[in-house]
Design a protein around this ligand. Structure first.
Ligand code: SF4
Ligand code: SF4
Length: 314
């Protein structure tokens, strides 16, 4: 808690004013609340709920308000709306959107947003005209359909939040990642950081903004091509799997390791990794993946890394 408070305050001191968290990120809301209570009027707080029903989402808003130690949350988002069924569910009369709309009327939140790893769904959601912000992964590997999304969001006067500027920790060249993002000033990037040094490094890159050099463009293309055959964009087009494996989660082991401590990584991944062991290599998912990823092989690779990780940390 102490370390987190010190890092968050350091970020505020550097001029960072948007802090994005979620109800399901462990005690993240509590840490941010404790760190920023005294400067509440100078920052923008964003949180999210994964609950799809009105009742559950309303409880989450109240929970977030209390954890974040605030009277109002600036942006409250429907978390991970990744397929048409979920979008219909949250927008149904008894769905989560209804609770957020009521919370906005009551002054508990100011704006309603949604987050999604599926850009097609994000575009669909923007077109409903019911959201104020949209949050999607945006980095130089995940930029498919981005121009279309940005055009629609701009038409609807929505804010755009770019999650995973480093592709969830898969991209190591922060300089390339943020120089790329500087070409899109309307997208607010929300990098996750592990400590003050990472915040310093990013902010240093923003002391100057400039176009990408030819050499940087070539390097970006080289990395894109190299990752193309194995990088899961978490779009969920490959789902559902007949063995009920959550495929993007099973392929995302490295990203989880980068974001959570071992106990959190194992708690979040274990049940799905057990399911992943039952993959029968039917390849139905491969046919549906627009990036033609060799999913069964990648599952095996991630499983083997995961087993080693569990041995090391338990
Ligand atoms: S190959 Fe494995 S992961 Fe893909 S659909 Fe079949 S069982 Fe599911
Ligand atoms: S495996 Fe392919 S279809 Fe499935 S989430 Fe990843 S990128 Fe999307």
């Amino acid at each position: 808690m102490e370390q987190a408070i010190s890092v968050v305050r350091h970020c505020f001191g550097l001029g960072i004013t948007l802090f994005d968290t979620a109800n399901m990120y462990g005690d993240s809301e509590k840490k941010i609340g404790a760190a920023l209570e005294s400067v509440r009027d100078q920052i923008v707080l964003a949180s999210k709920t994964l609950n799809r029903e009105a009742e559950g989402a309303a409880e989450h808003v109240d929970h977030s308000l209390s954890s974040l130690k605030t009277q109002v949350i600036d942006v409250y988002q429907l978390h991970q709306v990744g397929n048409p069924e979920t979008l219909d569910r949250v927008l149904a009369p008894d769905g989560a959107y209804q609770a957020l709309s009521k919370a906005r009327d009551e002054g508990k939140i100011r704006f309603i947003g949604l987050s999604s790893h599926n850009v097609q769904i994000a575009i669909q959601a923007c077109k409903t005209g019911r959201f104020d912000t949209v949050q999607v992964p945006f980095n130089f590997v995940e930029r498919d359909l981005a121009e279309e999304l940005f055009r629609v969001a701009e038409e609807m006067d929505m804010g755009i939040i770019g999650m995973k500027p480093l592709a969830g920790g898969v991209l190591e060249r922060a300089d390339l990642c943020f120089r790329f993002l500087q070409q899109y000033p309307k997208v607010v990037p929300i990098p996750g950081i592990k400590g003050q040094e990472e915040a310093d490094e990013i902010i240093e890159l923003y002391r100057t903004t400039r176009a990408l050099t030819e050499k940087e463009r070539e390097e970006i293309e080289r990395i894109r091509t190299e990752l193309g055959t194995k990088f899961c964009r978490r779009c969920e087009y490959c789902m559902p799997c007949q063995q009920e494996i959550h495929i993007p989660m099973a392929l995302g082991f490295r990203a989880f390791v980068n974001r959570f401590p071992p106990v959190g990584t194992i708690a979040l991944l274990d049940a799905n990794m057990k399911k992943a062991e039952t993959c029968i290599e039917c390849e139905e998912c491969v046919e549906k993946c627009p990036y033609e990823l060799p999913i069964p092989d990648l599952i095996k690779e991630n499983l083997s890394l995961y087993r080693e990780y569990v041995k090391l940390h338990t």
